[in-house]
Design a protein around this ligand. Sequence first.
Ligand SMILES: CC(C)(COP(=O)(O)OP(=O)(O)OC[C@H]1O[C@@H](n2cnc3c(N)ncnc32)[C@H](O)[C@@H]1OP(=O)(O)O)[C@@H](O)C(=O)NCCC(=O)NCCS
Length: 159
Amino acid sequence: MNKVKLRCVRAKFEHIKIVYLIRNNPEIRKNLINSDDIVYFDHVKFYRKMLEEKNPKIFLIYHGLIPIGFFDIKNKTETGDLEVGFKIIPTYQGKGIGKIMMNRAIQIRDRKYPDKNLVLTVFLDNDNALNTYRKAGFKIFKREREFGKRTLAHMKLQC
Ligand SMILES: CC(C)(COP(=O)(O)OP(=O)(O)OC[C@H]1O[C@@H](n2cnc3c(N)ncnc32)[C@H](O)[C@@H]1OP(=O)(O)O)[C@@H](O)C(=O)NCCC(=O)NCCS
């Protein structure tokens, strides 16, 4: 990757279409629990809800002027944990950006919510994601085999 700087920007309403395009990328969706295309109307509901929560929870990553991915952090109401999710467009994957986003997410947890567990879910066959998470210090604490032939792993950051 060339030396153009990466920027992390807190998502606002004006970023709604950018986040929609990234969320709906077919290569990204195939690694998510619900791999169907997202209808724009449903995206608007999701996005509004994320922005209306007490703290803005979507962070976009730009390479120069190009939006290349985002991560979101939300409260899991059942457990009180913080759940994080990462999405990078295919041409920018495998270049170390996931690691940078992960460090930023951990920093946010440490600064704003030091008492909360940081958790995420990932399919065990998603090597790139699994490696990114393991290298950042996440460990699997539960496995589920209810998504066709795929096993979903629940991971927690070990402090
Ligand atoms: C998962 C995702 C966020 C990871 O980000 P990324 O930028 O591709 O990952 P990085 O380049 O930062 O790599 C992180 C680590 O994993 C390793 N890695 C990357 N691809 C790998 C692969 N296919 N197999 C093994 N290790 C791999 C890298 O070597 C790196 O380790 P290192 O720091 O020791 O070199 C990104 O690929 C993505 O958005 N994928 C599509 C959506 C998705 O699957 N989201 C997660 C759903 S839970």
